[in-house]
Design a protein around this ligand. Sequence first.
Ligand code: CA
Length: 371
Amino acid sequence: MSGFGVFSTREGGPRIGWRVGEHVLDLSAAGLGDVFGASVLNPFFERGRQEWEGAVSRILDAVERGAEPRFPLDEVQLHLPFDVADYVDFYSSLEHATNVGRLLRPDQEPLLPNWRWLPIGYHGRAGTVVVSGTDVVRPCGQTVPLGGGEPLFGPTRKLDVELELGFVTGVGSERRKPLRTEDFADHVFGIVLLNDWSARDIQAWEYQPLGPFLGKSFQTSIAAWVTPLVLLEDARTTAPAQVPSPLPHLADGRDWGLDIELEIQLNGEVVSTGNARTLYWTMPQQLAHQTSNGASVRAGDLAGTGAISGAAPGSEGSLLELTRNGAEPFRLRDGSERSFLEDGDRVVLTARTGTLSLGEVTGRVVPAAAA
Ligand code: CA
């Protein structure tokens, strides 16, 4: 396990560290750069790709030499590793989009006509992105009763997870200067595992015609550790073929498929295993699409891939899909059944490729009344 994170100890405030197994190396105290004395990664983002890669190489050497000081993870507090600028969330898994289309619009074609032409996305709420380990309070909202009729306001009955990867922009772009897919590694610093908590009943009532809003904006959890792109070279693979061929500005970036194994655990039990290599739209295509109208991206921008689901049963990236919107609950080892999350449930998302693990994303469900 490695990557950049922000931690504090009883003696000292937030600063940047590097995860080494179950320890964190204090990078500024180890003499690896004053920029790591900052309380967020954003000043380091501004240094650019050459410095990012140089720093990772020096850090790996220092870890090898046994550099100190290191603190056990259970003795530090972890913080959100960067100030999140804008947050967008895509919908880039063909299997996820097809499954959700079938469940929410059973009488229509599951994929809308635009889906294979562009990476569908929406703008989320940057201010409610939180670090792994933060409890999620069951949100309230408008939902339509089971038998239909007028909506009621109250706690969601369909609290769900979405297992996603997210990429973090390090170097922003200029307005009116769209980025190309091949600009990806010059602008993007790294990736994080991400849980896009979702309230399906709130989402189902509100999402047409403008897309998700309060059903998702109450909280998004990301890993405490950002994995720099340079560590992902061995995970890169060719993404699945695209039919029809995308338009020229989205045509490339197919060499950024990521062979990363994914897992959802619920109360200590694995309930889904998938792989990010199934993603239809790659991160470089998502970045190029975001700027193709002349919009700029900024340092600290976070972009989620959308829930990642595979074709095989048991590889779905959400409970909505695993339980067919609650119609096919599954049983946990303790004998209890789940359609969606119950109060007290603990969710852990993990991701690994070869010997590299990404930072995990954990969260416990707290009742609405406790808020
Ligand atoms: Ca999502």
